[in-house]
Write a protein that binds this ligand. Structure first.
Ligand code: PLP
Length: 379
């Protein structure tokens, strides 16, 4: 028998309510039924982003929202400060360069977070920056940056737009956009929303929208001023991912029913239990400031990350992720973002314990499970 479990940091498992919504007869995106769906999910997104600004739903993957953010809220001759430290943080800089901007990369060792004082120093040298970009939860390293403090530094030291990739942070960590002065916040459907890939979400502050009026980057599909106009009528400029939209309404209902505090708390406990279990198995946690979406850890001496990932898939039916770039050989990453419960965490740790045993590691049966269980029973 082969059961399959998705425990990667996206795409994430899709709950039954969302699967059923997508299984129904397709509706037309210009009809009233779709407008009703869209009116509801637009409100739900504002609730989740904690913003009074429009949260636009775009039919694209997460990277599309980065590109849309840069080309709508900056100008070609402007300076963009890209906070690195991982694959996704660095991607913002690559997109800025692709559009001919003057990009300043803030290099960070993978696994470490950015200290606010370091950003203050960077901005002292580049106070003319028009945009500062940050990947809040860096999925390639499992780091969660101090977003609130960094937002404050951007405000104090510059007039830059603070653009935050919340693709594995929205719905996981507290990230109140308006309260914290985040100017751009983006998210993606296949992460905490627990629905298939296909939609990206982007919200912008009033000061960002003012910049949109003077932005001179070439754009067509991602013209967000046009898109905002259409979405205020519960329509999209072009054909949206209708099935994903139907699922989105369902999961936002589920999230609101669960409640923000409970949603974040669930992620927090699952992440803490995963970390405890991995450490008990001899893994070395990578992140200096861990994300509650994904845990990245180095395999113990003599065991390689790809071997663990392969065995987890082959022998246990569980998809976890490996490392990226320089961390390919050593790292494993377990996703606990989206609709996961304590039982899922116990399951993945139990399976990992079996794999480590098969690979010849000296692990006491039950050690990861009991470490995780202690976290769950503490609450
Ligand atoms: C934090 C983060 N940003 C951006 C992306 C890119 O999203 P996509 O692959 O949907 O374009 C990902 C995808 O894993 C991510 O985790």
């Amino acid at each position: 028998m082969h059961k399959h479990y998705l425990m990667a940091p996206g795409p994430t498992p899709v709950p039954e309510e969302a699967r059923l919504a997508m299984a129904r007869e397709l509706i037309h995106h210009r009809g009233d039924a779709f407008k009703e769906v869209m009116a509801e999910f637009r409100q739900g997104l504002q609730w989740l982003f904690e913003t009074s600004s429009d949260v636009l739903a775009l039919t694209c993957s997460g990277t599309g929202t980065f590109e849309a953010g840069i080309i709508n809220f900056s100008r070609r001759d402007e300076k963009l400060i890209a906070i690195g430290g991982g694959k996704f943080g660095e991607r913002w800089g690559d997109i800025g360069r692709a559009y001919g901007m003057n990009v300043v990369d803030v290099e960070l060792e993978w696994g470490s977070h950015l200290e606010p004082d370091r950003l203050r120093e960077v901005l002292a040298k580049h106070s003319d920056a028009a945009m500062v970009t940050l990947t809040a939860s860096e999925t390639s390293t499992g780091v969660f940056h101090p977003v609130r403090e960094l937002a404050q530094v951007v405000r104090e030291e510059s007039n830059a737009i603070f653009a935050v990739d919340g693709i594995t942070a929205v719905g996981v960590h507290h990230l109140p956009m308006d309260d914290w002065g985040i100017d751009l916040l983006v998210a993606g459907s296949q992460k905490a929303f627990g629905i298939p890939p296909g939609m990206g979400f982007i919200a912008a502050s009033d000061r960002a929208w003012e910049r949109a009026e003077v932005s001179d980057h070439p754009k067509y599909y991602f013209d967000l001023l046009r898109e905002r106009g259409r979405q205020r009528d519960n329509q999209t400029a072009f054909t949206p991912a209708i099935s994903v939209a139907l699922a989105l309404r369902e999961v936002l209902r589920m999230m609101r029913e669960e409640g923000r505090q409970a949603l974040l708390r669930r992620h927090q406990r699952n992440a803490a239990a995963t970390r405890a279990g991995l450490e008990a198995l001899g893994f070395d946690l990578l992140a200096s400031r861990p994300s509650d979406a994904v845990t990245a850890a180095r395999a113990p001496e003599g065991i390689t990350g790809p071997e663990v990932v392969r065995r987890m898939a082959q022998d246990q039916g569980m998809t976890i992720a490996g490392g990226q770039k320089d961390l390919k050989k050593s790292l494993i990453r377990i996703g606990h973002i989206g609709f996961f419960e304590a039982s899922d965490i116990r399951m993945v740790l139990g399976a990992l314990e079996a794999v480590m045993n098969d690979l010849g590691a000296d692990v006491q049966p039950g050690v990861a499970m009991s470490a995780a269980q202690r976290v769950f029973l503490q609450d």
